[in-house]
Design a protein around this ligand. Structure first.
Ligand code: SAH
Length: 200
């Protein structure tokens, strides 16, 4: 997977490549789907949600230019795979999941597998997580119809946020939002993607 799907498509950040080599993706998918875990696409998980394609996880993680001291907010825990990848690179990950059942099972899975610097909360990610703001980095893995101001507010100076944005699954792109040290915000549109909508 790392060689064919990530390196070959241009992922170069060694931290991202090493991390995705070591996180056991098959332990994040349903038992019946384990043989498909390293396939080049998204897969269904419970409650009609998905685990993202490996390349998209790698691309978004690389865009974040992560440093070990970073505190990262993730919106859309799902099965916890992206959270696990982030947690191997940075100091602290706070991940928000709207569906209680998914939040609980991701919490159990991450602690069972030893990813102890991730906190999962059942919450609406559109509100961010004020208690621990600001965040050095923010990643959204569900798509709102526009970039939420609340999340821009919770991004620290020198911060980077990446999330899919679009009014429907057929009209979505990743957006990369940077806030400089003077809090000036710049926005860049990147890859076309298909994520589940950010609800709430
Ligand atoms: N990060 C996951 C992908 C999860 S799919 C991975 O590693 O594969 C997107 C998730 O976002 C779903 O579990 C969905 O329930 C959740 N979600 C949707 N809207 C949300 C919201 N407003 N707040 C928090 N989570 C939300």
């Amino acid at each position: 997977m790392v060689e064919d799907q990530l390196r070959r498509r241009g992922i170069v950040d060694i931290n991202v490549l090493n991390t995705m080599e070591s996180v056991p993706r098959h332990l994040f998918v349903a038992e019946g789907e384990q043989h498909l875990a390293y396939f080049d696409g998204p897969l269904p998980i419970d409650h009609g949600q998905t685990i993202s394609q490996p390349y998209i996880v790698a691309f978004m993680t690389e865009v974040l230019e992560l440093k070990p001291h970073h505190k990262v907010l993730e919106i859309g825990t799902g099965c916890g795979y992206q959270s696990a990848v982030l947690s191997m690179i940075v100091q602290k990950v706070i991940s928000l999941e709207y569906i209680e059942d998914l939040a609980e099972s991701a919490k159990d899975r991450l602690s069972r597998l030893g990813y102890n610097n991730v906190s999962v909360h059942k919450s609406n990610g559109l509100l961010g997580w004020k208690q621990a703001a600001p965040f050095d980095r923010i990643i959204g893995t569900a798509a709102p119809s526009s970039i939420p101001d609340t999340l821009i507010e919770q991004l620290a100076p020198d911060g980077i946020m990446v999330l899919p944005v679009g009014k429907s699954v057929f009209d979505q792109s990743l957006f990369i939002i940077r806030k400089n040290k003077n809090k000036k915000v710049s926005i860049k549109q990147s890859l076309g993607v298909r994520f589940v909508p950010m609800v709430g």
